[in-house]
Design a protein around this ligand. Sequence first.
Ligand code: ZN
Length: 159
Amino acid sequence: MALREIRVEGDAVLTKVCKEVKEVTPRIQDLIDDMIETMYEANGVGLAAPQVGILKRIVVIDVGEGPIVMINPRIVAQDGEQTGDEGCLSVPGKAGCVTRPNYVMARFFDEEMNECEVEGEGLLARAICHELDHLDGHLYVEKVEGGLHDVTYEVEEEE
Ligand code: ZN
C-alpha cells in the first residue's frame, strides 16, 4: 500500500463526473487499499477516488466503526435533516455548516462486486452524502450556509 497525494480545491479533477467501475482489477484493488491508507494518514472519515486524481466511482468511509468500501454507490432512501459543521481533506484547514439528511440508505458493490446496502444516521449519513457528491464533481463548499471558517486540528502524537 502507498499514500496518494490528496488533490485540493482548484484542481479540475475534483469537478469531473466519475465513471462506474465494471470490475475490480488488481489495479483497482491497489487504489482502494491506498485510499484507505491515505484516509487514515490524513485523519479523515472518508475519501473519494477523485480526491486522489482517479475518476472512478469508489469511496472509502470510516466513522470509527471500521472501513466501508463503496463501489458505484447510490443513495436509495433518505430521511430527516441535520445541520452541522463539515470539512473535507480537499479543502484543508476549513469547515462550514451544511444541512444533510439525518438518515440515508445506500446501495453499492463491495470489493468482490457483491451488491450491498448500508444504512447510516448522523455522521455516517453525512459522510455518505459528502463522499457521493465528490463522484459527481461537487464539493461541500457549494452547500455551505454562512461561509467557511478556519479550523485547527489537534494533532495527536502517535507512536
Ligand atoms: Zn470531501
